[in-house]
Design a protein around this ligand. Structure first.
Ligand code: URA
Length: 433
């Protein structure tokens, strides 16, 4: 077999066989197929797509390119969730402890942020001392003992995806449904949980621009999960504006703590309640979503969800005093008020633009090696559907260096204010099961 012939086949929209896909993934993972041939192949997939059968085979080949974690030593159903990424998305920090406080085991491997999207690991690392590189044995022990662990993905997990994702990132081949689906699902399947809840985001701040594309991606991932015997469900949610009010690492952890305390933003809490209710049903903890919802609200009201987060932080060597007293988080040196120059209603609030502003403040990475400043970011005071008067604060910039007028103008550019009433947008469109 020759890679050039397989590229030619995909260029001409032929369906590839299991042997051919195996040859490509193994060859690339082993270093026998060069980046330039893989790039051409990935671009051909972007133009011609993959059949359901090819997508399932690709996922399976990627899954078997490295270690597959066996969580059978953990008693009970292990649940996992994954968000396709967005701005201000601190869901895992809230949802994980809520679900674990209900007695369901959460064994989660998370990633770092890149570009305008944030990553759960970077957020967690704003808690002093917290460790995310944990051995497999300690991971299993932790989930068995306290019911939850959120750690970094091991380097041995789906190495083919690690190589392919880095290549896709620089060859404009990320936003392609079969490639995203196989990338996400191979990692979720390799991390060993029994059930998967996906949060597939659409909109200006997400990979998928439209609801329809997000549904197609979700459906593709559900089919892959079900094909491999995992209960997989997907929430389709709106990322046309950031989730919650905080963007930036420690600011988002503080917002997650507030939400676990019952005083966080409504959109974040609702997403966690809705997604969490499905996770409890998937784990067979509750018979239906209504009873699951009651259980989740109870663990917030009683403080058990926040206690679970504290317990996880302590177990992972983080300073848990920060969870009880968020005032301890290091604050940025400057807090700049960005005030409305016109009155009206917020019609749009571009998530991607805000994610980029936060990244430029130092809260995110432009390249993999950039070092993050955990204390910087943005707190939104006005979101879509809110009314504002001239001079009212739209957002607060938290910075450690002087902020240029250019960057402040970029933030202004994220807001579109109109002189007529604007409805608040719906956050979750539906949950596909
Ligand atoms: N997240 C992933 O893990 N992979 C993709 O391809 C896109 C988003």
């Amino acid at each position: 077999m020759r890679m050039v012939d397989l590229i030619e086949l995909k260029k001409n929209n032929h369906e590839l066989t299991k042997e051919q896909i195996h040859f490509i993934i193994k060859g690339y993972n082993d270093g026998n197929i060069p980046d330039y041939q893989m790039s051409a192949f990935l671009m051909a997939i972007c133009f011609n797509g993959l059949s359901k059968h090819e997508t399932a085979i690709l996922t399976d080949e990627m899954l078997h390119s490295g270690e597959i974690i066996d969580l059978s030593e953990i008693a009970g159903v292990k649940v996992d969730k994954h968000s396709t990424g967005g701005v201000g998305d601190k869901t895992s920090l809230v949802l994980g402890p809520m679900v674990a406080a209900c007695g369901v085991k959460v064994a989660k491997m998370s990633g770092r942020g890149l570009g305008h999207t944030g990553g759960t690991l970077d957020k967690l690392e704003s808690i002093p001392g917290l460790q995310i590189q944990i051995s497999k044995d300690d991971f299993i022990k932790q989930v068995n003992e306290i019911g939850i662990a959120i750690i970094g993905q091991s380097a041995t997990l789906v190495p083919a995806d690690q190589k392919m994702y880095a290549l896709r990132d620089v060859t404009a081949t990320v936003d392609c449904i079969p490639l995203i689906a196989s990338s996400i699902m191979s990692k979720k399947l390799a991390s060993g949980s029994d059930t998967i809840l996906l949060d597939v985001k659409y909109g200006e701040g997400a990979f998928m621009q439209t609801k329809e594309e997000a549904k197609r991606l979700a459906q593709t991932m559900i089919e892959i999960g079900q094909h491999l015997g995992k209960d997989t469900r997907a929430a389709i949610s709106n990322m046309n504006q950031p989730l919650g009010k905080a963007i930036g690492n420690s600011l988002e952890v503080i917002e997650a703590i507030d939400t676990l305390n019952g005083s966080g933003p409504e959109d974040l809490l609702n997403l966690c309640l809705e997604a969490g209710s499905h996770m409890l049903v998937q784990a067979k903890k509750c018979k239906n979503e209504e009873s699951a919802l009651k259980m989740l609200k109870r663990v917030i009201d009683t403080g058990q969800a926040l206690d679970k987060f504290k317990e996880m932080v302590k177990y992972q060597h983080g300073n848990d005093e920060y969870i009880g007293n968020p005032e301890l988080f290091t604050k940025a040196k400057l807090i700049i008020e960005v005030k409305a120059k016109q009155a009206g209603y917020i019609q749009t609030l571009e998530a991607k633009t805000l994610g980029i502003v936060s990244m430029k403040l130092g809260g995110g990475r432009q390249t993999k090696d950039d070092v993050i400043d955990h204390s910087v970011g943005i707190i939104l005071n006005k979101k879509v559907g809110d009314q504002c008067k001239v001079g009212e604060v739209l957002a607060y910039i938290h910075a450690n260096n002087e902020v240029s007028d250019e960057l402040i103008n970029e933030l202004y550019g994220a807001y579109k204010i109109v002189d007529f009433f604007v409805e608040k947008p719906i956050l979750i469109d539906e949950i596909l099961v």
